[in-house]
Design a protein around this ligand. Structure first.
Ligand code: 4AD
Ligand code: MG
Length: 465
């Protein structure tokens, strides 16, 4: 019977069964009594399984004793109760086949030594072999699957929105260009400008910064939809919370106002925490130890408390009254910087916070104008240690007001003709949000640098492979 490490830890295998297991050597220790203890992992669980190999195995001297960390093996043996204290069961090996050796074990980049996170990033093709990145990967997978399952259970349809796009969904910000031009001889118009009509798509195209606008088209027919994919930003931010390529969950629902949206954000956030606590507790305990943080307490506290909602205007008052001196002065209209966000969530509230109704000047064109004509029906959710993890709003469904916003922001409304069509043909109040998936992972696990929350991080001047 072929089994995996997690089957054994979850007690799915009856004692005395003869089983086969495939994986890699985590560590090996041999005793003088002709017994060798091998810890084998296969990625399915944080804790390896112990294999007992004795000298009766035909390849004991020539192969088993030569095994080093990282070798791949297939073991057939009997699952038995362990005499040792560190594990309940172990496998008494009847046969061990060595599949792959480690070339120059002394130079193996993932030997048993403790490695720093920075070092692991320099070997990102091997780092998933470490307990750290293995644990992140299992939690990431669990969270991803559970978000799909949650939305599916609430009858949201999954709509994959395009990655290549001709519009800037946020109306501003730097985008990566997509082109098949030979940059040494780009076709030019008479005016000297690049002639994108000769490019692959016949116009200038980019990698998307958000699937929101195209997602809205489906929300205006399927009612409740979401998209979940890679998103690209060419911003020059080399921080612990910025990636150039990150994953975003974007949800959009018709007949939803801002308060419906806030309820949904809270539900999804708490659901994510619950799922990880229920399904990945060994990994979370590993992170508690690694970062010396009380992660479980923090998460349980979030689950048991109401998530705070505060008006943007109140946030400005809180910042003004604080004794802290900020390098950027505080006024109504300020686009909160990380120093302000930090004060609000880390110091003042010490918990996640949803800020709502921001001034229209600092938000995108599509957010719905409030009655005060000054603010838009928007939210940002901030969490301690990271800052913003969710951005969302009710969308402007009134075409005249949308057109005014295009005008104010000097955006060419012709480029948004199809977006305007949604407001012309059966317009409907609708709302949506975007959740930064890696930032959510960072918050739940305590991972300090976002580069460790994604398998192959892309940041400014860094794109290994
Ligand atoms: O606040 P943002 O820019 O919102 C939008 O893009 C909306 N169109 C979403 C929507 O309403 N459908 O981005 C949403 C979230 C942020 O709150 C943050 O968590 C994450 O995306 N994010 C990043 N994560 C990692 N690296 C970056 N460079 C990020 N930029 C935004
Ligand atoms: Mg935002």
């Amino acid at each position: 019977m072929l089994v995996s490490v997690i089957d054994i830890h979850q007690k799915k295998i009856v004692i005395n069964s003869i089983i086969t297991i495939k994986g890699w050597v985590k560590s090996k220790r041999s005793s003088k009594l002709g017994i060798c203890f091998i810890h084998l992992y296969d990625g399915s669980h944080l804790s390896p399984v112990q294999i007992i190999a004795n000298k009766k195995l035909f390849n004991y001297e020539n192969e088993i004793l030569m095994l080093t960390t990282g070798c791949s093996i297939i073991v057939t043996g009997k699952l038995v109760d362990s005499f040792g204290k560190k594990q309940k069961v172990e496998i008494f090996a009847l046969n061990i086949k060595v599949i792959g050796w480690i070339e120059n074990p002394n130079q193996y980049p993932l030997s048993l030594k403790k490695h720093t996170n920075e070092y692991l990033r320099s070997v990102s093709h091997l780092r998933s072999r470490s307990n750290f990145i293995g644990s992140v990967s299992r939690i990431r997978n669990c969270l991803f699957q559970s978000l799909h399952a949650f939305l599916n259970s609430k009858k949201y349809y999954w709509v994959p929105t395009p990655i290549i796009t001709a519009i800037n969904a946020e109306g501003a910000g730097d985008m990566f260009k997509v082109s098949t031009f030979d940059f040494s001889k780009t076709p030019k118009k008479k005016s000297g400008e690049v002639d994108f009509s000769k490019d692959f798509f016949g116009k200038e195209t980019f990698l998307t910064v958000s699937g929101q606008l195209t997602l809205e088209t489906y929300a205006c027919s399927m009612s409740k939809v979401y998209t979940f994919g890679p998103t690209f930003r060419a911003e020059n931010s080399n921080t612990k919370r910025h990636l150039s390529e990150f994953w975003m969950l974007e949800v959009e629902a018709s007949f939803f106002d801002l308060s419906d949206l806030i309820k949904l954000v809270k539900k999804i956030f708490k659901h994510s925490i619950k799922v990880v606590l229920n399904s990945c507790i060994s990994e979370i305990m590993f992170f508690e130890k690694k970062y010396n943080l009380k992660i479980i307490n923090k998460l349980e506290k979030v689950l048991s408390e109401k998530i705070i909602e505060v008006e943007y205007s109140e946030i400005i008052q809180i910042l003004k009254k604080s004794k802290k001196s900020f390098s950027n002065s505080v006024f109504f209209g300020l686009d909160l910087n990380s120093e302000h966000e930090k004060y609000i969530v880390d110091t003042y509230f010490d918990s996640p916070v949803i800020i709502k109704n921001f001034p229209k000047e600092i938000k995108a064109f599509y957010m719905r104008l409030n009655k005060d004509n000054k603010t838009v029906a928007s939210i940002d959710m901030l969490v301690p240690g990271i800052g913003e993890i969710v951005g969302g709003s009710q969308r402007e469904e009134r075409i005249e007001i949308l057109d005014d916003r295009f005008f104010e922001l000097k955006l060419n409304k012709k480029n948004y003709w199809w977006y305007r069509d949604l407001r012309k043909y059966g317009t409907v109040p609708h709302s949506g949000f975007g959740l930064g998936f890696e930032r959510l992972l960072q918050y739940i696990t305590g991972i300090s640098n976002i580069k460790d929350a994604i398998p192959f991080p892309r940041t400014i001047r860094n794109s290994q492979f």
